[in-house]
Design a protein around this ligand. Structure first.
Ligand SMILES: [Mg+2]
Length: 216
């Protein structure tokens, strides 16, 4: 049985089933400004930082010829919607037992998320098992230069563990996140959501039906 030197975990859609809720929050926000989003637009927002998503939604609103809100106004509409929804997010299948197994086997773990520190704290409230991961890189980390799909989140997480990124196993659900982890040189495992084909992901990833599929 092969054990990872370290595990780098995405959060949204990988450990917590927040992505349908994120999609609903963006849908309600964009619709508020007169521009409902279609399924492929919503899928393309996965894994990205809130500000990067806000810029994309503003582009879509602009392309439709509607009055474009600034990012602040857009996020002010989204914030209360998202906050209320996120507390409903259940764990992804196998997530909690995987973290508990890593802890028992003393495999170093880090969180490599696009979510801000405050957003992670909020959605973790019903999930104290997430505290098993103490090393964290957030989307608003002052040391972070660029969000996913750039590799920085994973490189910084590996650096904070003191383990070469090439030796780390990364776990992702989104194309942007998987691309980031591949660029960082990690061994990348993907739990793909329904609705996204393998063609949306970079080459060379390992496919899992769920986190229960791991052999350690
Ligand atoms: Mg994700």
């Amino acid at each position: 049985m092969e054990l990872p030197a370290a595990c780098l975990f995405d959060l949204d859609g990988l450990l917590l089933d927040t992505e349908p809720l994120h999609a609903e929050a963006w849908q309600r926000t964009s619709s508020h400004f007169g521009r409902p989003l279609n399924d492929s637009e919503l899928l393309s927002l996965r894994g990205r930082r809130r500000l990067d998503c806000a810029e994309q939604v503003r582009r879509w609103i602009r392309e439709t010829g509607l009055t474009v809100p600034d990012s602040e106004a857009l996020l002010a509409v989204r914030q209360p919607i998202a906050e209320a929804l996120m507390l409903q997010a259940p764990p992804m299948a196998g997530a909690r037992s995987l973290l508990e197994r890593c802890a028992a086997l003393q495999i170093p773990m880090a969180l490599a998320t696009s979510s801000s520190s405050a957003a992670v704290a909020h959605k973790s409230t019903p999930h104290p098992w997430l505290e098993l991961i103490t090393v964290r890189v957030h989307g608003d980390d002052p040391a972070l230069r660029a969000g996913k799909p750039e590799p920085d989140v994973f490189l910084l997480a590996a650096e904070r563990l003191g383990i070469a990124a090439e030796l780390c196993w990364a776990f992702e659900d989104s194309p942007a996140g998987a691309t980031a982890a591949v660029r960082a040189g990690c061994r990348v495992h993907v739990v793909a959501p329904d609705g996204l084909g393998r063609g949306s992901y970079p080459d060379g990833v390992i496919w899992l039906a769920s986190l229960n599929d791991l052999s350690f």
